[in-house]
Design a protein around this ligand. Structure first.
Ligand code: AMP
Ligand code: MN
Ligand code: MN
Ligand code: MN
Length: 275
């Protein structure tokens, strides 16, 4: 059976609630599902605290996707099997989420200055449950208001690093993230290495205490996957993978179960169900 170790819910920039995500994973016949929202574990807390976990017939891996500080590149670090109630993690995530609010305000201000008339309220309304406000939410409003044809275009013109409306994240270095994931009992994995955009940096990160590499990823061509498998082997890292499912029709994979990994890969990251 197939598995997926990289998915988002409404608690960050995904479309599905955690229960919808779980239902979709079950319908797709998945064995293992990791929920990995950006800088938040609220989706997992929601399952734990509403009697929605454990799920019969589906192994859920409590996870997260951290955004690391880097001046030029997008460095995302996944954490699997974290204790979501670990004090230091909870405190840090509060700080990070709060900083995302300030950052989002600054981005809206920049956009208004550039002639894109969007309001904080519009973005927050669209963000709904999410306290982890991201550029995805802003991009969706820009498209909705007709400024751009696609989210991709909004990023390319305004929101990517180096573009005029970009504002950096709360400053969390990769070493700090890796240490925090480990302290919370989890396994740190470097997400989508190709999207980092610099294999030398990826190779450095492979030697920085990370324990796995997300070699199976929709944006990876076969040759990329092979190259990263070799890199993971060179540095003694676990192989990992996932679809980065957000649930939006405009972004692959549109449905859960279209891009999956083998259970043998996923089960390495699973520990017994626990709260
Ligand atoms: P943030 O957390 O604010 O840095 O926003 C990053 C999120 O925006 C990512 O998780 C993606 O979901 C989305 N994203 C980043 N780059 C692009 C892009 N070029 N096109 C579409 N979505 C993107
Ligand atoms: Mn996202
Ligand atoms: Mn990512
Ligand atoms: Mn992701």
């Amino acid at each position: 059976m197939p598995s997926d170790l990289h998915t988002h819910t409404v608690y960050s920039d995904g479309k599905y609630t955690p229960e919808e995500l779980v239902a979709a994973a079950k319908a797709a016949g998945l064995s293992y599902l990791a929920i990995t929202d950006h800088d938040t574990v609220e989706g997992i807390g929601h399952l734990y605290e509403n009697g929605l976990y454990p799920v019969k017939g589906l192994h859920i891996i409590p996870g997260i996707e951290f955004s690391a500080h880097h001046p030029m590149h997008e460095v995302h670090i996944l954490g699997y099997n974290i204790d979501i109630y670990y004090r230091e993690l909870v405190d840090k995530l509060n700080d990070v989420t709060e900083a995302r609010w300030t950052r989002f305000s600054e981005m809206v201000e920049k956009l208004c200055g550039l002639g894109y008339h969007i309001s904080e309220t519009e973005v927050l309304t669209l963000a709904g449950e999410s306290k982890s406000i991201s550029r995805s939410h802003i991009a969706r409003i820009l498209v909705k208001k007709g400024y751009f044809e696609s989210i991709r275009d909004a990023f390319a013109e305004l929101l990517q690093k180096g573009k005029p409306a970009y504002v950096p994240h709360y400053r969390m270095e990769t070493a700090e993230i890796i240490a925090l994931i480990k302290a919370a009992g989890g396994t740190p994995v470097l997400a989508h290495p190709k999207l980092v955009g610099d294999d030398e940096l990826v190779e450095q990160l492979c030697q920085s205490g990370i324990e796995g590499l997300e070699v199976y990823y929709p944006a990876h061509e076969a040759a990329d996957t092979q190259r990263y498998i070799e890199m993971a082997k060179k540095y003694g890292l676990l192989l990992s993978g996932g679809s980065d499912f957000h649930g939006y029709a405009t972004r692959f994979p549109q449905e859960m179960g279209i891009f999956t990994i083998d259970d043998e890969v996923a089960e390495q990251f699973f520990r017994s169900e626990h709260i």
